[in-house]
Design a binder for this molecule. Structure first.
Ligand code: IMP
Length: 425
C-alpha cells in the first residue's frame, strides 16, 4: 500500500505526527516538494523533534527516508538536521537518500527572497529560506542540482554564472551588496563531500522498492491552499504541495499510488499573508493560539487562526482525491461553548460552496456559519471514537458530511499516544 499524506488547509495541520504514526506501517518515507520552509514536529518519548528537510518517520528504526527530486535542498540546513538526528542515535548515512536531481539552495536565493519580499507591494510573508528564488532558477533552467556538486568544473562554471547574474539583480535592482564567488565555491565543495554519502538516483531506488512491494509513504509539506497551482495564488509557496506533486517530485507513476489521506486541523490556521475568510476576532485568536501553541515550527511566527472552513477543505479533498481525512488538535476546541463551521461563502450577493479561484473574489467572500454545540470536556485522554463526548462526535460527523470523506484518524494532543484510528481505517 503506497500512501500520500497531504495538508488539506494552509499547512501546519499536524502532518508530522500523522506521518510518524503511519510510518510504523511503511518502509520508505518520501519528501517530494518544498524545502526547509517546512517544519514537521514529532513528539517521541516526551522529546520534541522538528524535521525540516528529512522525512518525519525516521525516528522509527528500520525506515528509509528519501528526499526526492522535487525538493529544494539547503545543504547547511540538511547537514544540521543530520547532526541533530545523530543525537537520537540515528546515523543518517544508513537511512537517508538524497536525490541527485534535487535543486540546491544557495545564499543568493535567501538574499533575493528577502529583497523581493521587502520590495513587494503586497507582502507574501515568505519564510525567507530562499525557496521561491530556488524554484525560479529550476524553471528558468539555470538551477544547480545535487549531482552538479560532484563535478567540480560544472559546479564552478554554473556557480560563477549564477553569482554574476544574481549580483546584477542584487546591486542594480535592489541596491544591495553583491555576494562573493570564492567563499561560496569553497563552502559548496565542502558540502559536496559531506552530502556525497546520501546522494543517489532516488527515482531508481523507489522503483526498485516498488518492485520489491515495499510500502511507500509520501509526506506532503505545506498544504493544498499553499500549492502553487491550486492554492490562494499568489499567497502560496512555489511548489505543488498537492498529491499530484508526489509523482513529479519523486519520479513515480500515478498508478503506484493506492491512497491519499488529507490532514485537517479541527479549526483553521495560516502563517504569512493572504486571505483567511474565517479568521477569529482578536480575543478568540489569542485564546486559541495560546491553547494550540500556534507558532510556526520553522520561523516561530504567530499563526493566524479561524473556524473550520469547509469550503477550502472540500476543495482540498477534491483536488487531492482524499478518500479519508485525519483530524488533528480536536482538544484545542475542548473549552468552546459553541463551535462555528463555515459551510459556504456569500459572494457578490449569492451563496456559493465553490472555492473562488481568484484572490479578489476570495477577499470579498464572507463566511456563512453553522453553529454546533461545544462539548466543554477534556478529550485528551480519549482512546477511541466512543470515548469522545457526544457533541465532539457530532462535530466530526458533520465535518465528514461537509467534506464527503471519512475520518480515519483523530489526534488529541502532541504525544504519539494521543491519536487513535477510527473504524474507516
Ligand atoms: P515560502 O514557502 O517561504 O516561499 O513562503 C510562501 C508562503 O508559504 C508563506 O505564506 C509562508 O508562511 C507559507 N509557508 C511555507 N512553508 C510553510 C509551512 O511549512 N507551513 C505553513 N506555511 C508555510
Amino acid at each position: 500500500m503506497n500512501i500520500v499524506v497531504v495538508g488539506a488547509q494552509w499547512g501546519d495541520e499536524g502532518k508530522g505526527k500523522v506521518i510518524d504514526v503511519l510510518a510504523q506501517e511503511a518502509d520508505c518515507i518520501i519528501r517530494y516538494q518544498g524545502g526547509n520552509n517546512a517544519g514537521h514536529t514529532v513528539v517521541a518519548d516526551g522529546e520534541e523533534f522538528v524535521f525540516h528537510l528529512i522525512p518525519s518517520g525516521l525516528l522509527h528504526p528500520g525506515k528509509i527516508g528519501v528526499i526526492g527530486n522535487g525538493v529544494v535542498v539547503d545543504p547547511e540546513a540538511l547537514l544540521e538536521e543530520v547532526q541533530r538526528l545523530r543525537a537520537y542515535g540515528i546515523q543518517a548515512q544508513d537511512v537517508l537518500k538524497l536525490s541527485d536531481q534535487a535543486h540546491l539552495i544557495f545564499p543568493y536565493h535567501k538574499r533575493l527572497d528577502a529583497a523581493e519580499e521587502a520590495d513587494r507591494t503586497g507582502r507574501l510573508g515568505t519564510t525567507g529560506r530562499g525557496i521561491g528564488p530556488c524554484y525560479v532558477d529550476k524553471v528558468a533552467r539555470c538551477g544547480i542540482r545535487v549531482a552538479d556538486m560532484f563535478e567540480e568544473a560544472v559546479l564552478e562554471q554554473k556557480l560563477r554564472r549564477n553569482v554574476e547574474d544574481k549580483n546584477r539583480v542584487l546591486t542594480a535592482v535592489y541596491h544591495e551588496r553583491p555576494v562573493e564567488f570564492e567563499p561560496l565555491w569553497r563552502q559548496y565543495r565542502q558540502f559536496a563531500t559531506a552530502l556525497r554519502p546520501f546522494a543517489t538516483n532516488t527515482t531508481r531506488f523507489l522503483h526498485e522498492a516498488i518492485a520489491r512491494k515495499q510500502r511507500l509513504l509520501f509526506e506532503g509539506a505545506q498544504g493544498t491552499l499553499l500549492d502553487i497551482d491550486h492554492g490562494t495564488y499568489p499567497y502560496v509557496t512555489s511548489s505543488n504541495a498537492t498529491a499530484g506533486g508526489a509523482c513529479v517530485g519523486a519520479g513515480v507513476p500515478p498508478t503506484c499510488i493506492d491512497r491519499v489521506i488529507g490532514v485537517v486541523k479541527a479549526y483553521t490556521t495560516r502563517v504569512g499573508e493572504g486571505p483567511l475568510p474565517t479568521e477569529f476576532p482578536p480575543e478568540l485568536m489569542e485564546r486559541i493560539r495560546a491553547k494550540g501553541n500556534e507558532f510556526g515550527a520553522t520561523t516561530g511566527r504567530p499563526r493566524r487562526c479561524g473556524w473550520f472552513d469547509a469550503v477550502i477543505a472540500r476543495h482540498a479533498v477534491m483536488v487531492n482525491g482524499c478518500e479519508s481525512i485525519v483530524v488533528t488538535k480536536l482538544d484545542v476546541l475542548d473549552e468552546m461553548p459553541a463551535i462555528q463551521v463555515c459551510t459556504a461563502y456569500e459572494l457578490d450577493g449569492a451563496r456559493t460552496t465553490d472555492f473562488p479561484s481568484n484572490i479578489a473574489a476570495l477577499d470579498r467572500a464572507a463566511p456563512v456559519y453553522e453553529s454546533l454545540p461545544g462539548w466543554q470536556a477534556d478529550t485528551t485522554q480519549a482512546e477511541r471514537f466512543d470515548d469522545l463526548p457526544r457533541e465532539a462526535q457530532a462535530y466530526l460527523h458533520r465535518l465528514e458530511e461537509l467534506l464527503g470523506a471519512k475520518i480515519c484518524l483523530i489526534s488529541i494532543g502532541s504525544k504519539r499516544e494521543q491519536a487513535f484510528k477510527v473504524g474507516h481505517w
